[in-house]
Design a protein around this ligand. Structure first.
Ligand code: ADP
Length: 293
């Protein structure tokens, strides 16, 4: 459904994408996961035919994003980062505008957005600019869906949204997938990786790995330990200078480390834990840095 071959894109000062390749089969929820500035929006803008790459090629539904952009646009839904709603228009006016642009009407396709839209319908006469983050997100998704797209591109749909709305949003995506819609979604939240069928971990314009979240976790190369202590920073420095420790870093509120030796002998309080996608990301990043130097 989506095929990307060696896409590169540079702006004046930065190389935002450095030869990215991947494929997304029909019906998949594919997550592009990485921090701010990694190149996610640039990739989404190229695939939604809004930006030209410097080199490489890409097709969506078998159509070339450069030569056949006119055929692609009516068949895709795009929810850009920071939701491009018209803040001075009301909820219903925004929705009607998107429907009109795509030559359809809210009435004609109401069934498609019903479940999502019903949650914000009580506020339909409120200006979009006055909605909460979670409500804006639901309106933006309704707008992206109103013309019955085959492929949905959701760029950081959960950024800046409260945890309950984030959870509800992923539940909505699961239902859209059941309707056969292919979804490309980006997020900086590593904990959302497990909700995707497959993910690409992106850092500085490059994909570090593409696989199912489970397989990426299985490929974590070493036993991983945590140390539940309050004095993180002094332990971080202590373990950093210990030659028996291979890697040590802070992961949220916890200190994580790997070693080839007996961890219990080095730090008796340490506990063996399963790695998360965040651990995999950090490990892949340090591997990349090690290969560069
Ligand atoms: P992400 O969506 O992962 O945050 P972006 O694709 O927005 O990443 O940005 C990738 C890099 O390209 C960043 O360093 C960003 O500052 C830069 N960048 C993005 N858009 C532009 C632009 N229009 N002009 C110049 N630099 C840009």
């Amino acid at each position: 459904m989506i095929e990307v071959r060696q896409i590169s894109k540079g702006y004046d000062k930065v190389q935002a994408l450095k030869g990215v390749s991947f494929e997304v089969p029909a019906g998949e929820v594919f997550g592009v996961i990485g921090p701010d500035g990694a190149g996610k929006s640039t990739l989404f803008r190229i695939l939604t035919t809004l930006l030209l790459a410097n080199s490489g090629s890409a097709t969506v539904m078998g159509l070339d994003v450069v030569k056949e952009y006119e055929k692609i646009r009516p068949q895709i839904g795009y929810m850009p980062g920071r939701f491009s709603l018209y803040h001075d228009l009301t909820v219903i006016e925004n929705l009607e505008l998107f429907a009109t642009v795509y030559n359809t009407s809210v009435k004609e396709n109401y069934h498609l957005i019903k479940e999502i839209y019903q949650q914000i319908e009580p506020f339909k006469n409120r200006k979009a600019g006055k909605l909460s983050g979670g409500m804006k997100q639901k309106l933006a998704l309704s707008c992206a869906l109103i013309h019955k797209p085959v492929v949905l591109f959701l760029d950081e749909p959960t950024t800046g949204v409260d945890p309950v709305s984030r959870k509800e949003f992923w539940e909505m995506l699961r239902k859209l997938k059941q309707q056969g819609i292919t979804i490309l979604v980006s997020t900086p939240y590593m904990d959302e990786a497990s909700l995707c069928d497959r993910i690409a971990l992106i850092q500085e314009g490059q994909f570090l790995q593409i696989d199912t979240p489970q397989k990426i976790i299985q490929q974590f190369p070493k036993p991983l330990y945590t140390l539940e202590i309050s004095d993180h920073y002094s332990w971080l420095n202590k373990l950093k200078s210990d030659p028996r420790i291979e890697s040590v870093y802070l992961c949220g509120q916890a200190l994580h480390f790997t070693t080839n030796e007996d961890a219990g002998a080095i730090v008796p309080e340490s506990k063996l834990i399963p790695p998360t996608i965040e651990d995999c990301f950090i490990q892949l990043m340090s591997k990349k840095i090690a290969t560069i130097h």
